[in-house]
Ligand binder design. Structure first.
Ligand SMILES: *Cc1c(COP(=O)(O)O)cnc(C)c1O
Length: 364
């Protein structure tokens, strides 16, 4: 084991943590990403010294110099994962080492420091442990946001020689409005998310910055999310702004666009593929073009379409709007296969269904 795997975290608990009754009211109906727990974990990296100064401390603002590299060249990556409170109060994470691995891959693509998987997991577990009172029961969860940014004060264009890794957390309820069984999506014909050779497979803030204009356009069209087509031909369906996409075909099989560097390799996507195959459902990672989707929705060859990701888990797409009009998938609501896969996945994540895959990671 490298010495980096045994970093010691200095523990400086919040001097005045949020009282239990206030936490309880925050957990009642949390809006995604607005309410945060009391603590954060930070670790610093400097060229020549490596990872150091690991702390679990009260959540507070960073002091950032106006010349801080991330403010100019957007050298930043992040992860999104959840902690669940299961039966008997048991706390668990879902496939956290997959997030740690993807974080390393994103860092490599963005010329950032390599954080060992064990350290990533240690940091996440340390925050979950100290802020465990903030993990909602029932349908809620604690959303964890590990991220890293270039912190060197330097305007030259090259990879930063200093980075800060941080983990923050916020309690969350259902991602979309309750009672909503399917979302409406906007297919962007003008904007694309990622091109071959670009950063589409890295979970970096820059990808999101570039996608916001399409998300704004989607909202203006009365849609919840954007579907991006490929950058080369504006023809092939890639993914949503922050979720992967699956199609349920009339022969019962699933179809999802293949990972070729422009699509973010979702852990939910990978889990759905394994879960579906385990259930005897065939899964094809095959390109699918927008015109076919539209024709197949009309003919009934496509029965259901759903999006998936950590934040929204599995969400049916009921209505599709595009520059040329609009079409409905199935009956416009959540289909049977979508419902079943969602129930299985959330059941495994929450510990109410046995986990035959070894995906659930218990936090002591
Ligand atoms: C995070 C993300 C996903 C979903 O990944 P999960 O690991 O399933 O949460 C999909 N697409 C994009 C662009 C993302 O950033």
């Amino acid at each position: 084991m490298s010495t980096e795997n045994s970093l010691q975290f200095a523990l400086e608990p919040h001097p005045g943590p949020t009282p239990a009754d206030q936490i309880a009211s925050s957990l009642e109906n949390p809006v995604f990403g607005r309410v945060f727990t009391d603590h954060m974990v930070t670790i610093r990296w400097t060229d020549g010294r490596g990872w150091h100064d690991a702390r679990v401390e009260a959540r507070r603002p960073f002091q950032i110099d106006p010349a801080c590299a991330v403010l100019h060249y957007a050298q930043e990556i992040f992860e999104g994962m959840k902690a669940y409170r299961g039966e008997g109060g048991k706390i668990s994470l879902f496939r956290p080492l997959e997030n740690a691995r993807r974080f390393r891959a994103s860092a490599a693509r963005m010329s950032m420091a390599d954080l060992p998987e064990a350290t990533f997991l240690q940091a996440v577990e340390a925050l979950v442990d100290i802020d465990r009172a903030w993990i909602p029961g029932s349908q809620g969860s604690l959303y964890l946001r590990p991220f890293m940014f270039a912190s060197e004060n330097f305007l030259g264009v090259r990879a930063s020689a200093e980075f800060i890794f941080c983990v923050i957390a916020c309690p969350v309820g259902p991602y979309f409005k309750p009672g909503k069984s399917a979302v409406t999506v906007w297919v962007s014909d003008q904007y694309t998310r990622a091109a071959s050779g670009g950063t589409g497979a890295a979970k970096c803030g820059g990808n999101y910055a570039a996608s916001l204009i399409a998300q704004t356009e989607a909202a203006a069209k009365g849609c919840d999310q954007v579907v991006f087509l490929d950058a080369a031909e504006h023809r092939w369906i890639e993914e949503l702004g922050g979720m992967n996409v699956f199609f349920v075909m009339d022969d019962g099989s699933l179809r999802t666009p293949p990972l070729k560097g422009t699509i973010l390799p979702g852990i939910t996507r990978a889990s759905i593929i394994e879960l579906a195959r385990h259930e005897g459902i065939a899964v094809n990672e095959t390109p699918y073009d927008f015109a076919s989707w539209r024709a197949d929705a009309a003919s009934g060859r496509v029965r259901e379409t759903f999006a998936c990701g950590t934040a929204a888990v599995v969400t049916a797409i009921g209505q599709v709007r595009h520059a040329g009009g609009e079409f409905t998938i199935g009956n416009g609501g959540e289909g049977e296969v979508t419902q079943r896969l969602r129930a299985l996945l959330t059941g495994i994540q929450r510990g109410s269904i046995a986990d035959p895959f070894g995906w659930v990671h218990h936090v002591a």
